[in-house]
Design a protein around this ligand. Structure first.
Ligand code: IMP
Ligand code: MG
Length: 170
């Protein structure tokens, strides 16, 4: 395993992201994390937001797209329902990685169908070279090239999610 971003580098970046988010979003936003990949990022970002003076509510939606392969299947499915009763609340949609862009575009579309308030997007990792669907990412942790990563919540065939760092399997 080659470490791409250490636990300490991620922690510093997450704190900086939280400060940026607090500056730009209204105070009463709801974080909506995309499962399963964003579970660690959401947990750390929520606590970083607390340190930055925000008290976000936290919800999740669960998508399936990758299966056990490294390449996206191309079709995204909603397998865990979107929280009800968000009303017109401002939303911060949080995912681990934006690759082709299909997952976050799909998640944003499902949220917008419910008539939510303003929507911002946040991803720990952005792979702009891999983009197939045009989608705006408002807050990005790190930009990476065309590399398949694991750890810090993200997996390869359900392995490595527990790693405290982001690495590349060699
Ligand atoms: P997209 O729909 O192609 O943008 O893919 C986004 C989703 O695929 C992310 O939320 C991740 O869960 C997963 N994914 C994309 N790239 C990687 C990777 O390098 N490692 C692990 N999971 C990835
Ligand atoms: Mg994901």
């Amino acid at each position: 395993m080659r470490v791409l971003f250490s636990a300490a580098e991620i922690a510093a970046r997450v704190d900086a992201l939280a400060a940026e988010i607090v500056r730009k979003l209204p105070a009463d936003f709801v974080m909506v994390g995309v499962l399963k990949g964003a579970w660690v990022f959401v947990a750390d970002l929520a606590r970083a937001l607390d340190r930055a003076g925000n008290r976000p509510e936290i919800e999740f939606m669960r998508l399936a797209s990758y299966g056990l392969a490294k390449e996206s299947s191309g079709s995204v499915q909603l397998v865990g329902d979107i929280p009800a009763g968000l009303g017109r609340r401002p939303i911060l949609l949080v995912d681990d990685i934006v690759d082709t862009g299909r997952s976050i575009a799909y998640a944003a579309a499902r949220l917008r169908e419910r008539g939510i308030g303003d929507l911002w997007t946040c991803a720990l990792l952005d792979k702009p070279q891999r983009r197939e669907v045009k989608v705006a990412i408002d807050f990005v942790g790190f930009t990476v090239g065309d590399v398949f990563v694991v750890g810090y919540g993200t997996d390869y065939a359900e392995k490595y999610r527990h790693l405290p760092y982001i690495g590349v399997v060699e």
